[in-house]
Design a protein around this ligand. Sequence first.
Ligand code: AMP
Ligand code: MG
Length: 400
Amino acid sequence: MNELISVAEAEALITRHMPSFGSERVELDVAAGRILREPIRAERDQPPFDRVMMDGIALRWSGSLPRSFAVCGVQLAGMVAQTLVDDGCCIEVTTGAMLPDGCNCIVPVEQTLREGDRYLLAEGYVPTSGQFIHARGSDCPIDALLLNAGIRIGAPEMAVLAANGVTDVEVAIVPSVAVVATGDELVDVGAALGEGQIRRSNDRALAAALRSRGFGRVALSQVADDLGATVSILGALLAAHQVLILSGGVSMGQRDHVPAALDALGVRCVFHRIAQRPGKPMWFGIGAQGQAVFALPGNPVSALVCAIRYVMPALLASMGAVAEPLEHVCLDEAVDTNANLTCFVPAHVQHDSSGRALAHPVPSRTSGDFSSLPRTHGFVQLPPGQNVAVAGTAAAFYRW
Ligand code: AMP
Ligand code: MG
């Protein structure tokens, strides 16, 4: 039987062996949600010109009279800059327009009175020089680093890319992932249930975890507990996908053929079994063409915990994604742990009045009990060394 390795060792071994999935250039319109793989710099000063910030009038204010200005022009957003010919005049302006040459102040229309072809400043209103002018380069100067490689392109990133003329962008290739459920007892969601059968749910759960993290290329399949069938189906999947995530068939049972099948297919075992609960039988290896193969235990809590704790971060790191900061919580109640195993305990998290994240443990009685998982937000990681984690214990928290 293989030696158990620690959670930290498992994590380090995965990091060391994971392949890179490469990058590709895509058009901006299909880049939302992808991991950026190049730094983005400012195309020009932002704003690119002194920009009017209010609808109103532009004038040259020297701190005193006049308080009445003849209209000598209109400067709308998008027009080239006009010039103020005389300090006694003003130019009507709209938000987003270039500041007319010679002007140093915008007076909002609400602070003016229109009298024929003149504007009067409202009674008692005293403008200040420079007001309501968004100075050129004040947001960022040309060539400033705006986006680092490794971020996910969300709405703010998309705004910055578009504003800086980026029509196509280098992003991480999203690996094609095969999710394989193993087990003679499993039937698909809509199928009729025979005696001794259960619906397969791990594959759907794993696919949901993948899709919610931007992995759109996910193929589901099922394998019977038969060595020949497992070899043949996994062989075909290894030829077609860069990542395989299996559930079930990886323990010590007489029908657990996954490690032997992967071995027969030339997938090199990096580790088998981690000192953790749930998920002790987890297996990880690398295929002959660099495919990453994660074989997770079949119990639904084990499969999901292993996927969230190891598989998702590994895939994202291989795509060059900057890791999300680790969340920390405090237990609001004691929970049983294990002297020899790291325990992952599902928990519900809420914040107290001072903003402290409190995790309420919702332990599964067994790793086959998953009905309560939807009432949790993720799980805490509790290290070995003791048999109980007392209330107030600080722990790392992993979201589903
Ligand atoms: P195994 O790791 O294959 O021994 O499976 C452990 C337990 O998890 C068994 O009770 C299986 O029926 C259950 N199981 C395995 N695969 C799935 C699946 N895809 N969906 C739901 N339960 C599963
Ligand atoms: Mg099984």
